[in-house]
Ligand binder design. Sequence first.
Ligand code: CA
Length: 267
Amino acid sequence: MDRKEIESAVGTYLAQKGYGRMALKAAMFDMDGVLFDSMKNHAKSWHDTMAHFGMDLPEWEAYMHEGRTGAGTINIVSMRERGHEATEEEIHNIYQYKSELFNLCPKAERMPGAYELLVKVKASGVVPMVVTGSGQKTLLERLNRNFPDIFKRELMVTAFDVKYGKPNPEPYLMGMEKYRNTLSPALPRNEAGVPCGEIAPNHFIVVENAPLGVRAGVAAGVFTIAVNTGPLPDEVLLNQGANLLFHSMREFCDEWEKVYEELTVDS
Ligand code: CA
């Protein structure tokens, strides 16, 4: 990527948000489709599940719903295919079936380039974080096995932390909050005991592969980098407000030095 392109993306972001400069401290990474090549499994499981229940959900469409709750996805498809929402019982059965199919899929590999990028990010003095809608119980263990010495448990946001999930900005706002609570114990507190000052959206970046994830990062006011690791056209991610777009984690890794410089120097 041309350095000018990165500079211009940062300039546009700063002008929109009214910040004088970027001051990158932490990078919030989504997990499925960014750190793990797991979206193919999700898409196939969704397609096969809906077919089993007599509804059509093409695999590409599963990528459009990525990040939504299971119930949200089921209801959208049910409305379209049958003209009414699914009952609680149907939602339970459909989602359980989908989870069973997903668990039968081969284990998702680490996304090529992801570990190398995380090592670079950490070496730059930027704190890598995970912000995911996933609620797998073995998530931390799996992350530590695949990305040794990169992530800290107290700096992770998972399905267990949030009420709304993406595309609501909540998970990323919570990520910023966790960063502040964990790394800035000396900050002054407001009446509610919440540390105040110091931390702002321009201290972060979001790294996302899904349209709804990009929307969540943008809504949280954070410079959002889309990595298009799936089958959707780039425009779908850019239309949600992505500030920069790479076509793979490998490409982002190769360009990290340029991105880092633009995100830390005065613009
Ligand atoms: Ca994702």
